[in-house]
Design a protein around this ligand. Structure first.
Ligand code: AMP
Ligand code: ZN
Length: 652
């Protein structure tokens, strides 16, 4: 049995490696699942034989008591800063004094947390935070749940590597959206979110949050001769390495790169706060040595912060799908990270109180990428009025009294008939990850509601083409198109419907997991909470929320009406995947896209069934090249691969 277990561990780790680093995973998701389940069963029977690098360590919750101190064998260093070209020139002069012929490797400075990973015989044995550089915290259990960190390496060596653990902007948005809906405090930025996640004592939470890493250093002795060689070695070991680095021969080239990346910064799928410039030759690095706290062979150029001052003009309060009432600030417009900003979230009432935000205050606004900007704090020295913000007592939509539950940071409207909540619920039902009814956005929902044509989600399916024709701005063609989209959504696989119902705590991922197990919504409605709570990645909160939902008379009636209307309640998972346009194809994105961020493009491709890989090889099917595509494009041309552009992607 021990043999089979180690065989399974090796296989599963290899597949995970292929999935994250090379082009095409050699097994399907369902084959992976099957092997995985076999391993889980064996481990349950023979717990004494569980291997330290078993992929099962990545999932499931364990509640830790706290974190132990971790003594770093090789200290972590910090970097000298530069804020101007002049400071970079000074740095260049210092290092060139003794080494006139050197080149620099320029890397993005990822805005996350430094981590250190130690492998013995190629197996991850410890992961730690930086701490003060010599003593950090042992967060091994949490780092094992960061899915792109290899648990085993392609070589059985002993080594310690360093890098940055960060939260991609898309995950950050999802986490905050969820927290807002739940009335919980939101994270101010992806860095805080990553820090908060890595310090979680419940490892299950870490597994759900989708953290990611970029590695850039081998701290233990290594035989590489250059920083570029180190990055290549890290890549071949199976680590994620940020591929936007360049080798520069002069400060002019360094400066060009800085300009280029700064322009790109708002579109990157993760936050960066600068560019790190390192002497490429490791022998020269060694000669240059260190000051008390930082290496003399590197410098970090810091971008100006993505923060600005603006004045608070007024506050809008809006009611979300779950009844949470959210304040948004209207501001004097400012230019921030490439866009004009005049609105920013104030998160919730507790936040306003805690930051003591008053009328007409000058506030600091923060923006990262395409995330909604947020008010970070007040500039108290510029206060002009003592007047406090007025906090609504009643719902701006239904005028019922608002509740501030003790354990929540938000205000809530608890009226089930609140029009704002119903409209948000309808929009959510039709949204892309739910029933995906194209054309049924907030504006159309508003019109349907105003005309009394729809009161709940079942009502959507009772609409006739004639009803739709009554809507302002609708013609024969647009009405028939929307009608078709509604009809088509009846055939959706049921995880979309389950998510669309908007049951508390039941997100799109949980919906899929639930239906994979129970196959249809009616069976799920009959399931015992213990059965649901026993599913590894779900748990009691979801189980209880489902039980409450399905026991309500209103839910029973709603489901009956949906069935009556011909809406599918069964899980069709696998089949949908096969029908997807790009299913089984491996695509690579390169260069700068105009209208989509990388993360959005990737998401779109995945929703069409494609595997999205980071490097080009013979196994690649299609390369999508944006502006200034570099080595990946030339490689694709060399290999004679199909090459497409952004317009093609959008046309899919
Ligand atoms: P600072 O915290 O400003 O002293 O900057 C040093 C930190 O930058 C390191 O501790 C790393 O966490 C982080 N960092 C991010 N990206 C890189 C990179 N490519 N190379 C070196 N350090 C990096
Ligand atoms: Zn209300």
């Amino acid at each position: 049995m021990k043999d089979r277990m180690s065989e399974l561990v090796a296989l599963l780790n290899r597949y995970a490696y292929e999935y994250y680093t090379s082009d095409a995973p050699s097994v399907s998701d369902s084959d992976y699942d099957q092997l995985y389940r076999e391993l889980v069963q064996l481990e349950a029977t023979y717990p004494q034989d569980i291997l330290p690098d078993s992929p099962t360590h990545r999932v499931g919750g364990k509640v830790l008591e706290g974190f132990e101190k971790y003594q770093h064998q090789y200290p972590l260093y910090s970097l000298q800063d530069a804020f101007s070209r002049q400071e970079l020139e000074d740095f260049d002069r210092r290092v060139r004094k003794d080494f006139p012929h050197l080149s620099y490797l320029c890397e993005l400075k990822i805005d996350g947390l430094s981590i250190s990973l130690t492998y013995e015989n190629g197996v991850l044995v410890a992961g730690a935070t930086r701490g003060d550089g010599s003593v950090g915290e042992n967060i091994t259990e949490n780092l094992k749940r960061v899915k792109d960190i290899p648990l085993t390496l392609a070589e059985t060596s002993n080594l310690t590597v360093r890098g940055e653990c960060y939260m991609p902007r898309s995950s950050f948005e999802a986490v905050n959206r969820y927290r807002q809906e739940q009335g919980e405090a939101e994270f101010a930025n992806p860095r805080n979110a990553a820090a908060g996640t890595l310090r979680q004592l419940d490892t299950g939470v870490v597994a759900q949050r989708n953290l990611a890493t970029f590695l850039y250093q081998v701290a233990s002795p290594s035989s590489e001769e250059s920083q570029e060689g180190v990055l290549e070695h890290l890549t071949s070991l199976g680590f994620q390495v940020n591929d936007r680095y360049i080798l520069a021969q002069s400060m002019d080239q360094v400066w060009d790169f800085i300009q280029e990346i700064e322009a790109l910064r708002p579109q990157l799928p993760y936050d960066i706060d600068g560019i790190v410039i390192k002497v490429n030759d490791l022998a020269i690095q060694e000669e240059l040595g260190f000051t008390v706290k930082a290496p003399k062979w590197a410098i970090a150029y810091k971008f100006p912060a993505e923060e600005k001052e603006a004045q608070l003009l007024s506050v809008d309060w809006t009611v979300g799908r779950t009844g949470v009432v959210t304040p948004t600030a209207n501001l004097t417009p400012v230019q921030l990270a490439g866009t004009r900003v005049s609105r920013a979230t104030l998160h919730n009432v507790d936040y306003i109180a805690e930051k003591d935000i008053r009328m007409q205050d000058t506030v600091i606004v923060y923006k990262a990428g395409d995330i909604i900007p947020a008010v970070l704090r007040v500039v108290e020295s510029k206060r002009v009025s003592q007047e406090k913000l007025s906090i609504p007592k009643t719902c701006p939509s239904c005028q019922e009294e608002l509740i501030h539950f003790e354990d929540e940071v938000a205000l809530r409207c608890i009226n089930p008939l609140c029009p704002a909540q119903i409209k948000e619920g309808l929009t959510h039902f039709a949204s892309r990850d739910a029933m995906n009814i194209t054309g049924l956005g907030p504006a159309v929902v508003e019109k349907l509601f105003a005309q009394n044509l729809v009161k709940d989600v079942a009502g959507i399916y009772r609409l006739t083409p004639d009803d739709l024709l009554q809507l302002e701005g609708f013609k024969e063609k647009s009405a028939s198109k929307l009608y078709q989209a509604i009809q088509a959504s009846k055939e959706n696989s049921a995880e979309r419907l389950l998510f669309g119902l908007g049951i508390r705590h039941v997100g799109s991922k949980a919906s899929r997991i639930l239906l994979e197990k129970f196959h249809d919504i009616e069976k799920l409605a009959q399931a015992k909470p213990e059965e649901i709570a026993a599913i590894d990645s779900l748990g009691l909160v979801i189980a209880e929320s489902l039980a409450t939902y399905f026991s309500q008379e209103g839910s029973k009636i709603l489901l009956a009406e949906l069935v009556e209307a011909g809406v599918n309640l069964a899980y069709l998972g696998e089949k949908v995947a096969e029908d997807a346009l790009l299913s089984g194809k491996t695509l690579v994105l390169t260069g700068k896209l105009e209208n989509l961020t990388r993360a959005q493009a990737k998401e779109k491709l995945q929703s069409l069934g494609a595997n999205v890989a980071s490097s080009v090889s013979k196994k690649t099917d299609i390369v999508i090249a944006g502006a200034d595509a570099g080595s990946k494009l030339s490689k694709a041309q060399e290999l004679g691969l199909e090459i497409r552009d952004e317009a093609w992607l959008e046309s899919l």
